[in-house]
Design a protein around this ligand. Sequence first.
Ligand code: HEC
Length: 208
Amino acid sequence: MSAIRWSRLGAVAVGAMLLAGCRQDMHNQPKYRGLRPSTFFADGSSARPLVEGTVARGTLQTDESFFTGKNGQTLVAELPFAVEAQVLDRGQERFNIYCAPCHDQTGNGRGMVVQRGYRQPPSFHIDRLRTVEIGHFFDTMTNGFGAMPDYRVQISPRDRWNIAAYIRALQLSQRAATSDVPGGDPAKLAAPAAPAAGAGHAGGEGAK
Ligand code: HEC
């Protein structure tokens, strides 16, 4: 007996489900599937452009001086984080990849691309670039400068600062006095400091 009762119940349940399946109510709604055309929007596309000023999650750049090298029109005068060995190491590595082909590894501006005919950049060791605010280097990498293309896509903001810090180290290295190396052997330091020797040395380090 109970088996029959159960089967009746089952039939009712299935019937109810079938009926429910026939109800359309709000099941069909006006909507667009991906890439469908639209007669509603004037440009005929159902995909809408991002609202102006939209920022992808995690990429909000509120720190103006960090992301532009400037405060308003004023160039940033100091590196926005502490200079540590890894900052200079990373800066050296990135510089030798992205800048040395033109600026050469010492920053004299006679890199291989220049030797092959590209416009020669100014040396980083001229007074104007030795005294310019560090933000200028960041800005040059971010926006390009004259004949030099920009590197904002290839080099992250943090790495642009690492490189800027390394340019300062390069500038120091080409002007260091013997007194900058306390305790060293002055006789050895007196050896000719030709840029070529410096370039060869830096090449050896770059290969590490
Ligand atoms: C393809 C060659 C090339 C590469 C690569 C290159 N530069 Fe330059 N750079 C130039 C040239 C050419 C100039 C001079 C542009 C001019 O005066 O029209 C220049 C100028 C500069 C200046 C001087 C701007 C001034 O005030 O006179 C700086 C600083 C500089 N580059 C930094 C960099 C850094 C940092 C990198 C690496 C991220 C880099 N450059 C990569 C070609 C290059």
